[in-house]
Write a protein that binds this ligand. Structure first.
Ligand code: C2O
Length: 496
């Protein structure tokens, strides 16, 4: 490609189901599925690089990085080489030029159901559809269930000012570089983990997730969110243990290649791809001229490239002093069990600890840490975390008091890592609740002595005109999991 015309990853919802890009992807998946399993470019081998339960996995299998600050760079590299492999297949089959992986932006109305090209066992022309996988939540495959807006939201992640840390965008610094390190950052939790869980089936387990062709479009969106966040002049880590960390993959010639995190920070200049910007016209799909503009191949009209990317503004109020330590000012002392019903927990705040940490001052940062989250296996239910939720909450209350989610994608590997890696046992999630605390305080409903935390299962949404029986059979209301309880060891409040 000539400089200035990077490969364009497009929004799957801006493409018709029979768009050449989509058809070519399905054809390439079928070709990769037909390759021998020991070819690194085969479908099963590519998925095994992420995770594999086989007894003697091939070289570079089980390499995915989760629950740490390597989550974003590792998956960016993984997608980059996968895309090159698919593009080589597309070109070999005489498919469209400049093929790039589409992304699934599920964070707006009308896009929370599975994109139609992934739903049916056959394509409109009657040929088998390699993008279909029977093993997903039934209502997802039928289109009668939609992902919940409270799991598709990128706002919790995009509003974080820093990359490094569990309550921050990119996750906690981990050493060694292990696979499932328990230090999940905000974008990895929501939307990433939650969406794996709500799609279910192969997607619900890291050992099988990348076998589902939708995996790659989900991850293209997560990768896009990193680009959106960076674009809003946020900064990636500069610590050498992040920038110099190297990971290995296979390219389209089946040769082993390596990249370091610092090699993938700038997608346009280092990796030669970019993302289609979100265009905020109400009925884009109904405006043929605009649609045809998008159907054009690069170069793109410059106004498209200049369109602003929506990023929520930084939270108001004083910026926390970067050097002030964060102090634990209160914590629960009993284990919380979740089995599918709402569960309310009071987290006491210790006045002495608070005074020691802050004196008389109001905190500039309040973080709620949900620690030691464990379950024997992933119960496939996402929980919303709500702070000081009124009784009988209205939908508006639920929205205003929602501070994040927990879900357990990868818990099996967190407890029992592959090979001889040391187990990190459990996961932790930490959410910044500074804004909510400020709002409640100014409304006079903030109790300085205790914080009420409520966990509520987040069901999928039943699509308006879907046959209800179909949706219920697909698991919309099915959130009970008595047989696999989630336990939470401790909930603490941290301030500075
Ligand atoms: Cu490595 Cu979405 O998973």
């Amino acid at each position: 490609m000539p400089p200035g015309n990077p490969f364009m990853r497009r929004d799957i919802w801006s493409l018709p189901a029979d768009d050449p890009i989509v058809i070519a992807y399905g054809d390439a998946v079928a070709r990769m599925q037909a390759r021998p399993a020991d070819d690194p470019r085969s479908w099963t081998y590519q998925a095994a690089i992420h995770g594999s339960a086989v007894a003697s996995p091939p070289p570079l299998a089980n390499e995915c990085r989760h629950q740490s600050w390597y989550f974003l760079p590792w998956h960016r590299m993984y997608l980059y080489y996968f895309e090159r492999i698919v593009r080589a297949e597309v070109e070999a089959a005489g498919g469209p030029q400049h093929w790039a992986l589409p992304f699934w932006d599920y964070d707006r109305n009308g896009t929370r159901t599975l994109p139609p090209a992934f739903r049916g066992a056959t394509r409109p022309d009657g040929s088998p559809n390699a993008l279909f996988v029977a093993n997903r939540r039934q209502g997802i495959n039928s289109g009668s269930l939609a992902l919940s807006p409270s799991v598709t939201t990128a706002a919790f992640a995009l509003s974080r000012p820093d990359f490094t840390g569990v309550p921050q965008f990119g996750g906690g610094p981990s050493s060694p570089v292990g696979q499932f390190m328990g230090l999940t950052g905000r974008v990895e939790q929501t939307p990433h983990n939650d969406i794996h869980v709500q799609i279910g089936g192969l997607m619900g387990d890291p050992d099988t997730a990348a076998l589902d062709p939708i995996f790659w479009l989900h991850h293209a969106n997560i990768d896009r969110l990193w680009w959106v966040w960076d674009d809003a002049t946020h900064a990636d880590p500069t610590d050498a243990s992040w920038t110099n960390q190297q990971f290995a993959f296979f390219d389209e010639g089946a040769a082993q290649v390596t990249l370091r995190s610092a090699d993938v920070a700038d997608i346009v200049n280092q990796l030669d791809y970019t993302y289609q910007r979100r265009v905020r016209f109400p009925n884009l799909r109904l405006i043929p001229e605009i649609q045809s503009m998008f159907r054009r191949r690069p170069p793109w009209p410059s106004w498209i490239r200049r369109l602003p990317v929506p990023v929520p503004p930084r939270p108001p109020g004083p910026t926390p002093p970067r050097d002030a330590p964060v102090e634990v000012v209160g914590a629960t002392d009993r284990v919380v069990r979740l089995t599918g019903s709402p569960e309310r927990v009071e987290v006491p705040v210790d006045a002495r600890a608070r005074a020691d940490a802050l004196g008389d001052a109001e905190p500039s940062e309040v973080v709620l840490a949900i620690e030691n989250i464990d379950a024997e296996r992933n119960p496939d239910v996402v929980y919303g975390i709500y702070v000081n939720l009124p009784d009988d909450p209205s939908p508006d209350d639920l929205r205003r008091h929602h501070v994040g989610n927990i879900s357990l994608f990868g818990i099996e590997r967190t407890r029992a890592p592959r090979g001889d890696a040391h187990s990190h046992g459990a996961m932790q999630v930490a959410v910044d609740i500074t804004d909510l605390a400020r709002r409640l305080r100014s409304g006079g409903t903030w109790d300085a002595d205790a914080i009420d935390v409520e966990f509520r299962p987040v069901p999928l949404d039943v699509v308006e005109d879907a046959p209800e029986a179909d949706a219920l059979a697909g698991g919309a209301a099915d959130v009970q999991h008595q047989d696999v309880p989630i336990t939470i060891g401790r909930i603490s409040v941290q301030m500075r």
